[in-house]
Design a binder for this molecule. Structure first.
Ligand SMILES: Cc1cc2nc3c(=O)[nH]c(=O)nc-3n(C[C@H](O)[C@H](O)[C@H](O)COP(=O)(O)OP(=O)(O)OC[C@H]3O[C@@H](n4cnc5c(N)ncnc54)[C@H](O)[C@@H]3O)c2cc1C
Length: 552
């Protein structure tokens, strides 16, 4: 039987698009199959904040940040904590990826027209010691244009390849099986779903109108992770993070269903590190949801006070923006699956950002005028102010008594006592007068303000939380929000998939979130952030180049 293409890519998210465009540019014919409609091309990356991990970039240097490959690798390995036999390839991927982020990555993107917002963010700051989790320096480079800005160069290349006949899209084609002939993967089969004109990101119908089979010399699985499927998240939930949360909200669209992972595993591929995942604890219910259980992650600055469900302040160094999984572990250990931020209007105005392209119209729309308001406006960015008014998890009051009473009413379980919160807030407030202090969170605030990027747009001037001049007071109920899958299919550096007995499966490649962003989990246990889009770029590129060479 004649082949339909040289290579088939399953999934038109970022990783699939990168792989497909590399194949098409090498003069080979590639088919991209996606279960969603054309309007959802780009997958999760479109919705993303577009944050990218880069090392020793011109943007960092301009801000006085001294970064290096060695420092980044030290941070990566400390965060990853690789400790398993199956970490062999993930660790090799981590080394190769950090080298990519410190060398080619920025220029490769730049040559395609990608641009970066000049102020570099400081995610996952850690707070333990130099050999433990976290970024020693700011490294989170936001794409000018956020998520759509990272998809755009690859969609453009894909459309050009489509026009010259090297690339074909098959939307609304859902893969249900891989075909294997004489031990080599050589095609896919599945069903054709009825056309759908739902808006991008919304759940589309699964009504079947036909069947299909496609053959090629190689198949690249680029189907994303499991974050939209809470049953699988709970099933794979690691006991080291406590019991799986009873209540979860979704940081990803419903198509991130993990189904193709099961199909690929059933075909013989080796899935490793399935218990490693990356979920956030600062999730808020979207007042205007696009996908089911739609939650948004707050990207907080360092100043909000953080309390557990019973009103006890989270221990040092679990301050906002320090250690996502440390916070998750702590919160699940309290026996409740939510926690609280308490802050002021001055803090929300300067420190709250919401992750997601649609929540940042200034950066997504590439408007310098609107973006400049982040530094100058008296109000928080418009989407944050809108959440403050409409968001089910936001409470705004003029005094602590009223705030705590509304917090108790929202949680419905009367666990909070005004005097308990007041004592902790007043104690912290007494530390604010001096620049040298005992309270580690206040120390962190002073430290952050020594970095010009934070002082300009991310860290409020230190002030007393209970100072009415900085009010009103705000409380935010924080939910656990599913997002990324850190484990995945074990692959070599060409993204070729290993089978369950340790042999390479001829013809099969895996990229992006389905491959744990490279190798089956290049992050190990923890991420430094901005590393997911980057993992899709790097693994997609490696797979595309290798597959194009491998096919005759
Ligand atoms: C709101 C948000 C903010 C984010 N911010 C950042 C950030 O700032 N920095 C960062 O590094 N990362 C960020 N991420 C994470 C990052 O966007 C994702 O990890 C990444 O885009 C995943 O890309 P992917 O190509 O692997 O998978 P996806 O984007 O999930 O694409 C997979 C595609 O495969 C299709 N598919 C699945 N199964 C099948 C099947 N059986 N048959 C046919 N098609 C199938 C799906 O329909 C989908 O189109 C964010 C994510 C979100 C949602």
């Amino acid at each position: 039987m004649a082949d339909d293409a040289d290579v088939i890519v399953v999934g038109g998210g970022l990783a699939g698009l990168v792989a497909a465009t590399e194949i098409a540019d090498a003069g080979k014919h590639v088919i991209v199959v996606d279960q969603e409609g054309e309007q959802s091309l780009g997958g999760q990356a479109f919705w993303s904040f577009g944050g990218l991990f880069l090392v020793d970039s011109p943007e960092q240097r301009r801000l006085g940040i001294k970064d290096s490959h060695d420092l980044a690798l030290q941070d990566w390995m400390a965060s990853a904590g690789f400790d398993r036999d199956e970490d062999l390839w993930p660790k090799r991927w981590a080394e190769a990826y950090v080298a990519f982020a410190a060398t080619e990555k920025r220029n490769w993107l730049r040559a395609m027209g990608h641009r970066i917002f000049p102020i570099v963010g400081w995610a996952e700051r850690g707070g333990y010691d130099a050999m433990s989790h976290g970024n020693s320096v700011p490294r989170f480079h936001v794409t000018w244009g956020t998520g759509p800005g990272i998809v755009e160069p690859f969609e453009r290349r894909a459309r050009e390849a489509e026009a010259n006949g090297n690339l074909t899209f098959r939307f609304r084609h859902r893969v249900d099986a891989l075909s294997i002939t004489n031990g080599a993967v050589d095609g896919v089969s599945g069903v054709i779903l009825e056309p759908s004109n739902v808006e991008r990101g919304k759940s589309s119908s699964r009504h079947v109108i036909g069947e299909f089979t496609l053959r090629a010399q190689a198949v690249i699985v680029a189907s994303g992770g499991i974050g939209g499927n809470h049953d699988v998240v709970r099933k794979n939930w690691p006991r080291r993070l406590g019991e799986p949360p009873g209540h979860l909200i979704s940081g990803v669209p419903e198509h991130v269903d993990g189904r193709m992972i099961g199909i690929t595993e059933a075909a013989g591929a080796r899935l490793i590190n399935r218990d490693r995942m990356w979920h956030y604890v600062e999730g808020i219910r979207n007042w205007s949801p696009i996908w089911p259980r739609h939650g948004i992650r707050i990207l907080p600055g360092p100043s909000p006070m953080w309390f557990d469900a019973k009103g006890k302040r989270l221990p040092s160094p679990l301050f906002p923006g320090s250690d996502t999984l440390g916070q998750l572990q702590y919160i699940m250990g309290t026996g409740y699956d939510y926690s609280w931020f308490v802050l002021t209007q001055s803090i929300i105005k300067k420190e709250f950002a919401l992750s997601g392209s649609e929540q940042n119209p200034d950066l997504t729309g590439k408007s310098w005028r609107m973006t400049a308001k982040r530094a100058t406006s008296k109000a928080a960015p418009a989407p944050v102010e809108t959440f403050k008014t409409h968001g089910a998890d936001f409470i705004v009051r003029d005094n602590l008594e009223a705030l705590v009473s509304a917090m108790n009413a929202l949680a419905g379980d009367n666990l909070l006592q005004v005097e308990h919160l007041k004592a902790q807030i007043e104690a912290r407030d007494r530390e604010i007068t001096n620049p040298y202090v005992k309270d580690t969170q206040v120390m962190n605030i002073h430290n952050a303000r020594r970095y010009i990027g934070d002082r300009l747009i991310r860290t409020a001037k230190p002030h007393r939380i209970l100072d009415p001049a900085h009010g009103p007071l705000i409380a935010v109920k924080l939910n656990i929000l599913t997002r990324k899958t850190l484990g995945g299919f074990e692959t070599d550096l060409n993204s070729r998939v290993f089978g369950q007995h340790g042999q390479i499966m001829p013809g099969l490649y895996a990229v992006g979130e389905a491959a744990g962003f490279g190798g089956g989990g290049m992050h190990g246990y923890r991420s430094l952030e901005g590393t997911f889009l980057g993992g899709c770029l790097f693994s997609g590129r490696n797979a595309g180049r290798a597959a194009a060479k491998a096919v005759a």
